[in-house]
Ligand binder design. Structure first.
Ligand code: ATP
Ligand code: MG
Length: 138
């Protein structure tokens, strides 16, 4: 099992000023930051990142939303990183997310749900490599 995962703080959360509070909750939950970037996705980058959803009805809306403002991208380290981070962020739809989770506290809707978290060790590596070179991670 790998000890790293990848996250993004999505445009709804950065635009509402939640970046600091979300990073604080992530760090206080035992994750350490191994790479960090403030950037804005192009439609082609967002489309590639979420290509697995390209057949879904919400794909166009998802790509547009992910390009609508700046994001934070980060590689995080902790034992059991992928599954512990998915627990910390809560269900995709904030209405179903447990109390205290990041999505319960900061997300707006199933579409604008504040944060991304990798769903497997394999995808954590692919997604981290999408954003960061070897020189940008420690
Ligand atoms: P993420 O991959 O961003 O961590 P997730 O793994 O919880 O989220 P996925 O099923 O991978 O959920 O969906 C990717 C993203 O697509 C969601 O986080 C959300 O922004 C958007 N999305 C998912 N389902 C819907 C929906 N029914 N309507 C609109 N947007 C959706
Ligand atoms: Mg996902």
């Amino acid at each position: 099992m790998s000890n790293r995962t990848f996250t993004m703080i999505k445009p709804d959360a950065t635009s509402k000023g939640y970046t600091g509070a979300i990073l604080d909750q992530i760090i206080k939950s035992g994750f350490s930051i191994k790479a960090l970037k403030w950037t804005k996705l192009t439609p082609s980058q967002a489309g590639e990142f979420y290509a697995v959803h390209s057949e879904r009805a919400f794909y166009g809306e998802l790509v547009e939303y992910m390009c609508s403002g700046p994001i934070i991208a980060a590689i995080l380290e902790k034992e059991n990183a992928v599954s512990d981070f998915r627990k910390l962020i809560g269900a995709t739809n904030p209405a179903n997310a447990e109390e205290g989770t990041i999505r319960k506290k900061f997300a707006t809707s199933i579409a604008e749900n504040a944060v991304h978290g990798s769903d497997s060790d394999e995808n954590a590596t692919i997604e981290g490599d999408f954003f960061f070179s070897k020189l940008e991670r420690f």
